[in-house]
Design a protein around this ligand. Structure first.
Ligand code: KIV
Length: 282
């Protein structure tokens, strides 16, 4: 069973941390069998699994269903539940209650975006209550309207230092790691080197302690939008279209189902059926 300390051990041993997202039971089973270092049930599922334009529409009750499915599929992995937009911003009690719902649903930790006084207090409350927290800085999709689109963060030394200050505060508050999204490799490496806890990069170069990407992106299953930082390891969308076309052709041309995919009556029952069909037709 992996714990938060597994992440720190990997960082301390200079071994990179490999994380991926999962939203459903069968994907979780795959990641679990491949012994991935951590699974994030990301709010990216709003776009990837539910077809929304951004992450704003996913609710705590909806994401809990996905966390439960992933927890059923990934028995040995460390599962992190992503706290949806406005599920932790209203008050400390609201944040703590929703974080605890994620743990009860099967997550081992939660992820929160950003860093302000409220977030820092909430991280402390969660950690004191036994809920490990992964921070998230750089590009934070839940602040898309404030940021004004998918903009690279930390593009100057000054901005990188501001992100580092936030990262240090999150570390101090008790985060066990921090996701660094969409920033120059040098900036992410600088932040990583100045932290004790691991950083998990997404579009942030090789200098982070580990990497996370959306599984559906790297497997070529989700094709609406493919960011520059995505490397494709499979082409599931294309392969599935080919498979569906082949299936359709087989159905139309009576190649499916064949005897192999069918159940048959015993010869005795077949004769009886033939006999009764004669009666019906007489
Ligand atoms: O929602 C998500 O998938 C994320 C990324 C860090 C992968 O937050």
């Amino acid at each position: 069973m992996k714990t938060v300390s597994s992440f720190q051990v990997l960082k301390n041993n200079n071994e990179k941390i490999a994380m991926l997202t999962a939203y459903d039971y069968s994907t979780a089973q795959v990641l679990d069998k491949a012994e991935i270092d951590g699974i994030l049930v990301g709010d990216s599922l709003a776009m990837v699994a539910l077809g929304y334009e951004n992450t704003y529409n996913i609710t705590i009750d909806e994401i809990l269903i996905f966390i439960k499915a992933v927890a059923r599929g990934a028995k040995n992995s460390f599962i992190i539940g992503d706290m949806p937009f406005m599920s932790y911003n209203l008050s400390l009690d609201q944040g703590l209650e929703n974080a605890s719902k994620m743990i009860k649903a099967g997550a081992n930790a939660v992820k929160l975006e950003g860093c302000n006084e409220h977030i820092l207090q909430l991280v402390k409350r969660c950690v004191e209550s036994g809920i490990p927290v992964l921070g998230h800085l750089g590009f934070t999709p839940q602040l898309m309207n404030t940021i004004g689109g998918h903009k690279i963060q930390g593009k100057t030394a000054g901005n990188t230092d501001i992100i580092l200050k936030s990262a240090l505060k999150l570390q101090e508050a008790g985060c066990f790691g921090i996701v660094l999204e969409l920033m120059p490799a040098e900036s992410a490496e600088y932040i990583t080197k100045n932290l004790l806890i691991p950083t998990i990069g997404i579009g942030a170069g090789v200098g982070c302690s580990g990497q996370i990407v959306v599984t559906d992106d790297i497997m070529g299953k989700f094709t609406d939008f493919v960011p520059k930082f995505v490397k494709k390891y499979a082409n599931i969308h294309e392969d599935m279209i080919k498979g569906v076309e082949e299936y359709k052709k087989d159905v139309k041309e009576l190649f499916f189902p064949s005897e192999k995919e069918s159940f048959t009556l015993s010869s005795e029952e077949k004769l009886k059926l033939e006999a009764s069909s004669k009666i019906v037709n007489s």
